[in-house]
Design a binder for this molecule. Structure first.
Ligand code: ATP
Length: 232
């Protein structure tokens, strides 16, 4: 039932308590949103989970095993994928070659790349140069690369940022199609997307976890309203 369990994660930068004793449990097959004001520690927290930043204290268990000290690339092979806020594609390479790089040691790229592209609807773009795709398609390519290794956990950092409304609808359908095979942890500022997609939501504020609950529970939580939702 539990895919990932983090306890007491802490990361301070000088005097800034970016992440300050956070507990987080991800259930297998859920879409879990991480929300909170700017600077609340969301990106730092998912960077700790993906292994890009080491915590100063705390423990992360993935499928019951302690992965706190595992480097990022070894977490990827265990099934933790992360897509960045900043675009991470290789703009001069073709769409096919970008996905081929993400597939790492696949022995059958002629089969596996089209399969990966079909999952996100990019199968018609294999020969295009990645940097010449529209912005929305570049974001989809990033997602394709994150999904190429069929991760157990996909961490998405602000995936809808800059997307047009019609692309957001497609994105939501795509994320829904990933579960339950893939568990999704989603940093998202668009509250309509959060309330629509998330099974559960964790709210961070000043590096601490303020609350975890269903969208209805989070909406009704007075502390969350005061800190983030503006009392609506
Ligand atoms: P946003 O929604 O704006 O992306 P966030 O919730 O993702 O914000 P973080 O980016 O994790 O927040 O930042 C948390 C705090 O830690 C902020 O005060 C930020 O300035 C600080 N911080 C993050 N990374 C570093 C760093 N490498 N060095 C110093 N301070 C940092």
């Amino acid at each position: 039932m539990t895919l990932l369990e983090a306890k007491g994660l802490t990361r301070h930068f000088g005097g800034i308590r970016a992440v300050d004793g956070v507990d987080l449990t991800l259930r297998r097959g859920e879409i879990h949103a991480l929300i909170g004001p700017n600077g609340a520690g969301k990106t730092t927290l998912v960077s700790i989970l993906s292994g890009r930043i080491a915590p100063q204290s705390g423990v992360i268990r993935f499928e019951g095993e302690d992965i706190t000290a595992l480097p990022a690339h070894r977490r990827v092979t265990r099934g933790v994928a992360y897509t960045f806020q900043i675009t991470s594609i290789y703009p001069r390479l073709s769409v096919f070659d970008n996905v081929a790089l993400a597939l790492r040691d696949s022995r059958d790229l002629a089969r596996d790349v089209p399969l990966a592209l079909a999952r996100t609807g990019l199968e018609g773009f294999a020969d295009e140069t990645a940097g010449e795709l529209s912005y929305g398609h570049q974001r989809l390519l990033e997602l394709t690369m994150g999904l190429a290794l069929r991760p157990k956990l996909l961490i998405l950092d602000e995936p809808t940022q800059g997307l047009a409304n019609e692309d957001i609808a497609g994105f939501k359908a795509l994320v829904r199609s990933l579960v339950p095979e893939t568990t999704v942890l989603l940093i998202e500022h668009n509250m309509e997307v959060v309330m629509d997609l998330a099974d559960r939501i964790t709210v961070l504020n000043f590096g601490r976890s303020l609350a975890t609950g269903t969208p209805a529970e989070i909406r009704a939580n007075p502390e969350v309203q005061a800190a983030y939702l503006g009392g609506d």
